[in-house]
Design a protein around this ligand. Structure first.
Ligand SMILES: [Zn+2]
Length: 77
């Protein structure tokens, strides 16, 4: 689970960007931290970079496919 120390630097946001689920291997639509909805693995992605491909991590048979969901969005200036 993602963690932080200073809540003053984070704010809750109800934008539906946080509800979308993205397949592996596509260009990430937002910079930030993504979480695999099946296994909980977390990754950081820079603006314009690609979400890790299917072989980045493996799920046991029957657990379902990798889907990345935005957990924390990073905002540039
Ligand atoms: Zn996973």
């Amino acid at each position: 689970m993602a963690s932080f120390k200073y809540a003053i630097h984070l704010r809750q946001d109800s934008n539906n960007a946080f509800d979308q689920k993205h397949p592996p291997g596509i260009v990430a639509p937002y910079a930030g931290i993504y979480r695999c909805v099946v296994c909980g693995e977390e990754i950081g992605i820079a603006q314009g970079h690609t979400l890790p491909p299917q072989n980045h991590h493996q799920h046991p048979a029957g657990r379902g496919r990798i889907e990345w969901q935005l957990l924390v969005q990073a905002h540039g200036h």
